[in-house]
Design a protein around this ligand. Structure first.
Ligand code: HSE
Length: 439
């Protein structure tokens, strides 16, 4: 067997510890598959750990580990976007390949990091950054490389999906389920990233760049979380044959003028109950990709947790082990799948330019003509109603009216909602949730 490949792991949290365990458990398998011996030579950890093999050097100076002569591949698992960036650039500038699970860092600074990697003829691999253990990055960069991708839709935050599933199935309170997700190692260090949709937006920015060959543009992703979803809306949606899921969409819109561009959006949305994505529950993630000529393909699995993420980290390590010592530029797929000088400047559409169906919950006084007023406003705005459900009056003569619409540009919907809210018979703000048929 030729020279041993030396790994450094920076950060021994949930995922870092999971990688150490995976290597210990599956070392023979890793060696047989790669044809090389694989050794963790150093770990960068601020706190000394007594559960680590004494043959591994523990160093609290992570910048030194990233530059060490005793390391070929640096695995960054500390998270965050400041020190993690410095340490990754340190590794790159010292000729190390990097494997990272850091979606926030890549979504926000990936253009700079990938350029530095190209300049130093090293690779930054990031399978673990999106959808946990699902090998979606490899699929998008390699297996679908011959296809034109029209859109993708993904449940790409395990914590959020776990919370929504437990709320729907067991009526458990939000905070209670979130604590459990934290205990299980699913949630981000700052769990608002999970529940406000920011983590999903980071992942969507990465997927969209690979899908459409555009630079990373996290700042242009429209982002809504799950904190405002009520059990009442979950139950109305079910009654109408839909399920509310938190979904990331990257959609290419071909058209004239300002209609042409790319929609990047993460938000709760109604999807048909019989759609496969509607049945992705718990910590599972799934990404549905619609491409030409292949058509729709769906990728499904655990989206968070130590084992799933360690699996993705080590898949990247194995890829790098196979190409180490050869010309990386010649052998490796470009970071975003497209040649860096060929990235497209297709605009990312603003939220008002994006198109989707809507679920509206309107609270009105139970007076004659109320429904007619609402439907007239929608029809005047060219908005097509797909379904309507009026519940009996429940408090002080107020009736909840639930309306599902066909797809409409958001700016039109905004105007219509403003008019509805100005009606004297309307008692509350209109609740809106997007609706996507996934076809
Ligand atoms: N907090 C993330 C999630 C971890 O719940 O999906 C995996 O990226």
């Amino acid at each position: 067997m030729s020279k041993s490949i030396k790994l450094a792991i920076l950060g021994l949290g949930t995922v870092g510890t999971g990688v150490v365990h995976l290597i210990n458990d599956n070392l023979d398998e890793l060696k047989r598959r790669s044809g090389r011996d694989i050794t963790i030579t150093e770990v960068g950890t601020r706190r000394q750990r007594d559960d680590i093999d004494p043959a591994i050097t523990q160093n609290s100076d992570l910048m030194a580990v990233a530059a060490s002569n005793n390391v070929d591949i640096v695995i960054e698992l500390i998270g965050g976007t400041t020190f993690a960036k410095d340490v990754i650039l340190q590794a790159i500038n010292n000729g190390k390949h990097v494997v990272t699970a850091n979606k926030a860092l890549l979504a926000e600074h990936g253009n700079e990091i990938f350029a530095a990697a190209e300049a130093n003829n090293v690779h930054v691999a990031y399978e673990a950054a999106v959808a946990g253990g699902i090998p979606i990055i490899k699929v998008m960069r390699e297996a679908l490389a011959a296809n034109k991708i029209d859109w993708l839709a993904g449940i790409i935050n395990g914590t959020g999906n776990f919370i929504m599933t437990e709320m729907r199935d067991k009526g458990r309170p939000f905070a209670d389920v979130l604590s459990e997700a934290q205990e299980l190692g699913y949630a981000e260090a700052d769990p608002t990233f999970d529940v406000e949709g920011i983590d999903a937006a980071h992942k969507l920015a990465l997927l969209a760049s690979i899908a459409f060959g555009i630079p990373l543009q996290f700042d242009k992703v429209y982002c809504e979380g799950i904190t405002d979803i009520t059990l009442q809306d979950v139950s109305y949606a079910e009654e109408l044959g839909y399920r509310i899921k938190h979904v990331g969409f990257a959609v290419r819109r071909d058209g004239d003028g300002d209609k042409a561009g790319i929609e990047l959006r993460v938000h709760p949305t109604l999807i048909p109950q019989d759609a496969l994505l509607a049945n992705v529950n718990g910590v599972k993630n799934a990404v549905l990709v619609n491409s030409h000529p292949l058509g729709q393909t769906l990728y499904y699995g655990d989206g968070a947790g130590a084992g799933a993420t360690a699996s993705a980290v080590m898949a990247d390590v194995m890829d790098l082990v196979r190409v180490l010592g050869s010309d990386v530029a010649a052998k490796h797929v470009p970071h975003l799948s497209f040649q860096p000088e060929q990235l497209s400047d297709t605009p990312i559409l603003r939220a008002e330019q994006m198109t989707s169906g809507y679920y509206l919950r309107v609270h009105a006084f139970d007076n004659p003509g109320v429904l007619a007023d609402i439907t007239r406003i929608l029809s005047d705005a060219g908005i097509n109603i797909d379904a309507i459900l009026q519940k009996p009056a429940h408090k002080a003569g107020q009736v909840p009216v639930i309306i599902l619409t066909l797809p409409v540009v958001e700016s039109q919907m905004n105007l219509a909602i403003e008019k509805i809210e100005n009606l004297e018979t309307i008692t509350d703000k209109v609740v809106r949730i997007r609706l996507d048929e996934l076809t």
